[in-house]
Design a protein around this ligand. Structure first.
Ligand code: ATP
Ligand code: MG
Length: 572
């Protein structure tokens, strides 16, 4: 993803040719064609370091970095760190890791806090122009004076303070002479504006709080709406791409850059954020899930965070593929999380080595198989792709198969193993169940079966057919593994849509995690390392968890082989 922009530009395919197209890219291409911004494209991804990145951020990252990459431009990673009380270096580090993991390289790593002095000077400039004033109303009063959507606001009694007095007060705000909330700096725009963002918005507030980068250097901090456009201007951003909720802030964005920036000005464009069903995406709610321990952490594999998806086994490619498929538009919609699952299934189908693992084992003894004999059978890695070759899997007299693959009293359409029935063990032999052995409590302890030595490899020379092929492992050779079966964290499509008195937490899926401790995998898994992704045949895609220790491997289910929720919805 980090090819040489220079040569890409020199090869000059028409901008965006072959790549994704959408209204943002169309705007950028028009601007390029018209020679706007001196033919430059400069974007930025501006996370606030107050939480981990989630799949919604991935959409923004793919767009900002993608546009720059495809059009020979630049994209900065800019931390919007203007709110000292909620931000932390832990988040800065996690965000960098996640953007890099997605496969993007930023041109510069920047921090709004690096601009605090320049932002302060911009504010002084506005005061000198008569466009900003220090207001000494309380926060409550400011709210009251603000009016509502249907009523205009009222001017603050401090609105017409002389410039000199404003400058003096603002200097003393910075110097720490006043407690939190004593004064704010506001833009002087229009208290009757139909757009509430234009009713003399607050630009600076006093907050005696230590900042994770500037420490105690400042006790006044700029508001997002002030810092953002000016940070864009400082970095000479051309296209400031953000989500729709900022559409109403654009007039303020333009108001500020028009008054403070000479020459080429950044412009803001809004697109619809990603919404996924069965998912919450607000950082505040994700933080709540972590802090109140509904999940094991920001990287819990059920979280929609990039760290969680990675631990779950998602590949960066599958997430980028998903972002390309959903596209970028101006209209809000909700994407089916099944689309994300589809993207990872497709990608893992191509890349994940196959392994046989029995999740809930039941013992099978082949009574006519020689004691002590071990065969190493060639098992086909991918029946759909012969280039994937074969691997050797040990086979012996005592095996495990999946408990679900046996039924003592099967219904009509059950074709797997049952008393007297014959099935194929994958790439091994046909076996027939002769006897079901139970303990005193009536629980099945083993199935005594016979095998047909003429069916080695899984085909009967007499053309005899069986209707089921089961996966298996050799009991003496299998590796015990812990398997964590993850499912959707919420059991309803719109977890945030709740009646009064309920919260999104009431919609948590009580079965989002099932831990299996007695699973058995074919010996080849012992060679995998943390992060390795495999397909457990017939079951799904799995990824080795960092909790794994030698002899105690742990696998997370990334996704099942088929969409089981679609069936549930159909049955509905
Ligand atoms: P919060 O949910 O706390 O309001 P945020 O998700 O907007 O915060 P930021 O760190 O401000 O968090 O987001 C960084 C960038 O990612 C912003 O440009 C924002 O518009 C974009 N972004 C955030 N959520 C989504 C989403 N669901 N889809 C697309 N882009 C998003
Ligand atoms: Mg935000």
């Amino acid at each position: 993803m980090t090819d040489d922009h220079g040569s890409a530009a020199a090869a000059a395919p028409k901008p965006g040719e072959g790549g994704p197209t959408d209204f943002i890219r169309a705007i950028v291409d028009e601007d390029l064609a018209a020679g706007k911004h001196h033919g430059r494209v400069a974007t930025r991804f501006p996370p606030e370091p107050n939480g981990y990145l989630h799949i919604g951020h991935a959409k923004s990252i793919c767009l900002n970095f993608g546009v720059a990459e495809e059009r020979g431009g630049t994209c900065n990673l800019r931390f919007d760190d203007t709110n000292p009380t909620k931000e932390d270096v832990e988040y800065v580090d996690a965000i960098k890791e996640d953007v890099a993991w997605l496969g993007f390289a930023w041109n510069a790593e920047l921090y709004a806090s690096d601009y605090f002095e320049r932002l302060y000077q911009f504010a002084v400039g506005l005061i000198k122009q008569g466009h900003a004033y220090v207001d000494s109303l309380s926060a409550d009063k400011i709210r009251q004076y603000r009016g509502t959507l249907t009523e205009p606001g009222r001017n603050s009694p401090y609105r017409d303070r002389p410039i000199e007095e404003n400058l003096d007060l603002f200097t003393r705000m910075r110097a720490g002479e006043f407690p939190d909330g004593a004064h704010v700096l506001r833009a002087k725009i229009d208290m009757a504006s139909p757009n509430l963002n234009m009713r003399d918005p607050t630009l600076y507030r006093i907050r005696h709080a230590s900042h994770h980068r500037t420490g105690g250097a400042w006790c006044i901090y700029p508001m997002y709406d002030f810092a953002h456009p000016l940070s864009d201007a400082i970095e000479r951003i051309t296209h400031s791409i953000c989500t729709l909720e900022f559409e109403d802030h654009r007039p303020l964005y333009d108001w500020l850059v028009d008054r403070l920036i000479e020459g080429d000005k950044p412009r803001q464009y809004e697109f619809a954020r990603l919404n996924l069903n069965y998912t919450v995406m607000s950082k505040r709610k994700l933080l709540q899930l972590v802090e109140q321990r509904y999940v094991a952490g920001w990287d819990d594999p059920r979280m929609p965070t990039l760290a969680g998806l990675r631990r779950r086994g998602y590949t960066a490619e599958s997430i980028r593929d998903f972002c390309n498929r959903i596209g970028v538009a101006k209209k809000e919609n909700v994407i089916d999380v099944a689309q994300l699952e589809h993207s990872v299934r497709e990608d893992l189908n191509k890349r994940a080595p196959r392994v046989m693992t029995v999740l809930r084992p039941i013992k099978v003894v082949l009574t006519n198989y020689p004691e002590g004999q071990v065969e190493h059978l060639d098992v086909i890695n991918n029946p759909e792709d012969s280039s994937a070759g074969t691997r050797q899997v040990p086979f012996s007299r005592v095996l495990y198969i999946e408990r679900d693959d046996f039924m003592e009293n099967p219904p009509k359409k059950f074709y797997r193993l049952s008393p007297g029935g014959e099935v194929r063990l994958r790439c091994a032999y046909f076996i027939t169940c002769r006897e079901v052995v139970k303990d005193e409590r009536g629980e099945i302890v083993e199935l005594r079966c016979t095998y047909d030595s003429a069916t080695r490899g899984g085909d009967a020379p007499d053309g005899r057919r069986v209707k089921a092929t089961l996966h298996w492992v050799s009991a003496a050779h299998a590796v015990p593994v812990e398997v964590r079966l993850y499912d959707r964290l919420f059991s309803v499509e719109e977890p945030e849509n709740v009646p009064v008195g309920k919260t999104f937490l009431d919609n948590l899926n009580p079965r989002s995690l099932e831990v299996l401790r007695g699973s058995r995998a074919e010996p080849s898994v012992a060679d995998s390392s943390v992060g390795a992704r495999v397909q457990f045949e017939r079951l799904g895609y799995f990824c080795m968890d960092p909790d794994s220790r030698a002899g105690a491997l742990v696998f997370n289910r990334t996704v099942s082989l088929r969409d089981t929720w679609a069936k549930i919805a159909q049955r509905g």
